[in-house]
Design a protein around this ligand. Structure first.
Ligand code: DON
Length: 307
């Protein structure tokens, strides 16, 4: 398919998913997110040669929630390389993103960096190496997305912090196994601020475009990850990016992906593009109903997948 047809495909998908809008449930365990309208929808593609296509409400920003875990891992890999894997595993968890039980059996080493425990321990590692973690993370997104107006929604971060008990339990459990170095509440505040960074789909697809481009940000030409690290990160996204629904997502979409409870999903088609979709109605796994359907349609219509 010619690149110019991407816009037509996104427009078709937006029309076809209309019956799904409003289905699913908006995440309400974070009170500030519960107010979102489940019927919102936007989808954007950013290609490795710098073209952008978008349909739906392209300017609407959403907090990126767990999609931030991909950047947390990226910044940690830049600083620790393979040493990081002593503190977090690489295996799919087969459990919900906020499950606690596995962490006890596996002695405080989370299965992978995308479940909450894994992202929080990666955040702890990053916290030890950055003097201003929130500033560094925000600046990373601003530079990669090419927009200095990107901000953190402090209302969402504070709301998550107030209801942090489950994530705090994970962090304390990891501390009891000597797998946590900093103060739990300091690291959680950073983690919630990362989750509360607000991007629209165009900015999200652009910020993560290095994942489709062998680790290189095509705008600046800078290496964000080595091509080996980039391949490894994409592999982990494929096996664990959608938690206990990673198999179903891989089967339906055929691309590495990462979801967040705001209804955001990022997917990567190596050497071609990144695609970001957002619609807040979630299924029982915490993934966007319309978002997954839209990515499945995209993969079918373009006949693209990593396989
Ligand atoms: O830790 C939390 O609960 C959220 N800030 C992030 C969770 C999330 O997005 C899980 N993704 N599906």
């Amino acid at each position: 398919m010619a690149i110019s047809d991407y816009q037509q495909v996104l427009d078709e998908i937006t029309a076809e998913i209309q019956p799904l809008l409003g289905q699913g449930k908006v995440a309400d365990y974070i009170p500030a997110l519960a107010k979102e309208d489940a019927s919102q929808f936007s989808i954007a593609i950013h290609t490795v040669d710098g073209r952008t296509f978008c349909a739906g409400d392209c300017s609407k920003r959403f907090t990126i929630q767990s999609v931030s875990k991909v950047m947390t891992l990226t910044l940690a890999l830049q600083r620790y390389g393979d040493e990081l894997w002593q503190r977090v595993g690489k295996e799919p968890s087969g459990t919900a993103f906020n499950s606690l039980t596995q962490l006890e059996f596996e002695k405080g080493i989370p299965r992978n960096p995308f479940i909450n425990a894994g992202a929080i321990v990666t955040c702890d590692a990053l916290y030890s190496r950055l003097s201003a973690p929130m500033h560094s993370m925000l600046e990373t997104f601003r530079q990669l997305a090419g927009n200095k107006t990107i901000v953190i929604d402090k209302r969402v971060a504070s709301s998550e912090y107030e209801f942090r008990h489950r994530n705090a339990a994970m962090a304390h459990l990891m501390k009891s196994f000597n797998n946590f170095d900093n103060e739990v509440d300091d690291v959680l505040w950073a983690y919630f601020n990362f989750c509360a960074i607000e991007l629209n789909c165009v900015e999200l697809a652009k910020a993560y475009n290095f994942l489709a481009n062998k680790g290189i940000d095509h705008t600046s030409g800078k290496e964000v990850l080595t091509s080996l690290q980039n391949k490894q990160l994409n592999s982990l996204l494929f096996t664990s990016g959608l938690y206990d629904a990673a198999g179903d997502f891989g089967y339906r979409v055929g691309m590495p992906g990462k979801s967040g409870v705001s209804g955001t999903i990022l997917a990567v088609l190596p050497n071609k593009f990144t695609v970001a979709v957002c619609s807040p109605g979630l299924n029982s796994f915490g993934n966007s109903v319309a978002g997954i359907a839209a990515l499945e349609l995209l993969s079918k219509k373009l006949d693209f997948s990593i396989f």
